[in-house]
Structure formats: C-alpha cells, structure tokens
Ligand binder design. Sequence first.
Ligand code: ADP
Length: 476
Amino acid sequence: MHNPLKILFLAAEADPFIKVGGLGDVVGSLPNALLALNDNLDVRLVIPFHTSIRTDSFDLHREIFFTIPRAGVSVPVQVFHTEQRGLSVYFISGAPFTQSSNVYDTDAGLDGEKYVFFSMAALELARQLNWRPDIVHANDWHGCAALYGIRRMQSDPFWHGVKTLLSVHNLGYMGAGSEAALTAYGLPPLNDPDLPWWGQQVPMPLGLWSADEIVAVSPTYAEEIQTSDYGCGLESFLRSKHERVSGIVNGIDVVLWDPRSDSVLARNFSVDQLAMRAENKKLLQTQVGLEVSQSIPLLAMVTRLDQQKGADIAFSALRQIADIEWQAVLLGSGNPDLEDAARRLESDFPNRVRAVLRFDGKLARQIYGGADMLMMPSRYEPCGLAQMIAMRYGTVPVARVTGGLSDTIDQEVTGFLFKDASPTAMAEALRLAMLKFKSKDVWQGFQKAGMSKDFSWNLSAHQYDDLYLSLSSRKP
Ligand code: ADP
C-alpha cells in the first residue's frame, strides 16, 4: 500500500454492533465495501460505545485513554477497538454515553451532549493515534461538530487541509438542543449570514456549512433538499452551495441480505426457484396467525413508526380497500399514537391484520422472504433500504415516489409507485398491484425484475471512492 488515503468515518450506529435503522445498515457495510474496492484506502470507523452494544460476540480491546476539554474541565475518554472483516472500528466511551441507555434520546440536550462529546473525542483520537486523516467523513448530524471543529482548527497543522464530507441520511434530524454542548466544547456560534440565523449553533447546518462535499443518500433526495418541501429551512443555503451537493444511492450488504442463504427463512430460494418461496409465506401466515392461503395477497410494513414513514397513510388506505381480499402484517415500533393506530386497525380487521409492535430482525427477514408486497408510503425517504431488501427477497414494493424510492423502484417493472402522500393515492396503487397479483406469471415477472437488480454497494462505493479521490487532490 503506497500512501493510502486515510478516511476517518464517523457515525452514531453501525451494524452488527448497534442498529436502530437504515443508517446502521449503511455504516455497517459501506466502509467494508470501500476497503474491498480499493486497497489503497485506509478507512477507520468511529462509533460511540453505546451501553446497549453487546460485546460478547466480538473481541474488544482497550485502545487508549485521554481527556478532552469541556468548559475548563478535562473530560475522560476511553476508546476501545476491534477489527471487523479487516476494518478498524473504534468505540468512544465516556460519561455522556455510560449515562444513557439509548442510542438516540428524546431529551435533545442529552443527545447534544453525547454527540458533541463523540465528535470532539473522535478528532482527538486521530491525534492521539498520530493518524492524520485525509478526509473526515461524517454521517448525519452526529458527527457534524467534528466538521465544524476542523473548519475552526485550520491554524492547527494537524487539521490544516484535512477535507470533510458529510453524508445526509436524514436532513430532518439536525441535533437542535446541542447549543450548550457546542459552547462547552469550545465551538461558539457561527456568525455567517449565509446560514439561517436559527442554524448558527445547530450541528447539521454547521456540518453542511463546514463540509467540502455534501452527499445526499440518493440523487433525487439531493434535488429535493434544495426545495422548500424537503429542505427543512435550509433549501436556500443548499441551493447556494449546489455545486458541492450530490447524491449517491445507498447499497445493501448483499451477503447479509441473501434469500439463497438467509438462515431464518423456512426455505431458501433464488430468482430461478420462486415456487419455493410459497413455503415462507405459509410459515409467515401461520406464525402470525393469519389464514394460510397463497391466493390472498399478503401486504407488509417493516418500519420505524414515525410521521416520516407514513404508516397512517397506509392504515387509512387499507381501510379504503376493505372491499377486496388482502392480509397485512405490520412490524414496527416508535410513535405511541401510530402504535395505537396499528392496534386499532388490527382490532377492526381481526382476520386480516397483525400488528407486531417491536423491533425484530428475524421476523423482518421472514416478512421480506414471505410477504407479497411491502408498503412504503413515506412522506419523505432519503434513500430507504427496506424497499431494496424487499425486492431482493421477491417482495414487491408499493411506495410513494419520493427520494430514494423513486431512484430504486421502476414503476410497474419492479414495483408500484404513487405520487400523493394520501390514502386515496396509495389505495389506488394497492388496487393496481393486487390486480396484477391475480396472474401468477405477471407477478413473478415483477418479482424476478426486482430480484435481478443489483442493490449491492458495487456502483455506489465506486462513486464514494471517486469523490474521496477528487476531494483529496483539491487545494485547501
Ligand atoms: P430508516 O433508516 O429511515 O429507518 P430504511 O428503510 O433506510 O429506513 O432502513 C430501515 C432498516 O431497519 C431496514 O433494515 C429494516 O428492515 C429495519 N427495520 C425497521 N423497522 C424494523 C423493525 N421493527 N424490526 C426489524 N427491523 C426493522
């Protein structure tokens, strides 16, 4: 390896250590894909040592201990290390994380304290290891204080000229409530009229302001965040920086998500053995207590229950199509009102609906491997992984045409798309899908088209690699 390009990769979660949603999948697979692609990259991943990380399944070593300054006091940082498929992974521990049992807290101040600490500790870790990165690649707001910190430390020879990249997985979460933590860790408010006044001390806007490159997780989302419907108040700022905004669609780990080898499926199957998939549908129906039938279309959701995901739109749409035959299994947890709405749907349609209100990785796989359609009526969807996993497992998505959903689903080829975030628009798309479902051959055509698509990191890791290369050769 000749002078490898050093990438410090920062994120709040990474599968298999800790996963809350799609971010965990992406961070758990992109760094490895990059290493596999280019052996002249030295990617190192830094994540927080969340208390919920279970350490019994991997070797963890105490790596280093140091302190960072916070409001005139030295705060201890402990860093642990492991190797995962050749990737160096560092876990940042310290009081803000040992005192919290959640990856994301509802108390914004608590999260601010956690992730500003994480960001500043990650920068100091690089210095302590005497490992000067060429590029710091942050993901979402959790690493944004680091990007802002680097911009402010340009007179420090260690950080001078280090390039920064911010992947935006979800612009809606900005880290508001971090003001006190930012100040305490020596990051005062920005004073630049380019950025809206309310963003001058909020991690995500500061990260966007600081980053040399901004990558939205799909090309459509990159366009959308520059509009008032999706820009969360930052659209004008992002438009003014459009030359450094691009979109790279996320990939999935096609080894971890493979219907030919997934060990929790009743029957493994490939695109050429779709008939065997029926066994999985049967088991899924049995498991959740729905009538076992191949001819009734089995609809599914696997999702965080959050306004963003539009579960309420799906629930109303299902009520609108009560006149036709279908079954639905809803796997999700989150917003209590949406959980209640799911329970109500189940009690109103006891023979048709099952609401499983928890996070269950195994059941999720069994749903992807056995259901007929996956509903994704997202109000916005930066990329979305569930639809890609579904297609890989032969479940046909019925989704709103937004963000990554419009970049990864081909209308009436691999899935069904609808425009408005309304139950009526969704009901119409569901009716069309169920009409097509009646012909087994036609339906298998959709399944085969989805299963044949390449959702791996192959292409997207190349795009990140190219971006790293062009960024590293850019003048400071
Ligand atoms: P987001 O990151 O916005 O939550 P994505 O579609 O990008 O949405 O990724 C969601 C990931 O989390 C997928 O891997 C999906 O299978 C998984 N997931 C979501 N909800 C659940 C759940 N209740 N149980 C198991 N897995 C879930």
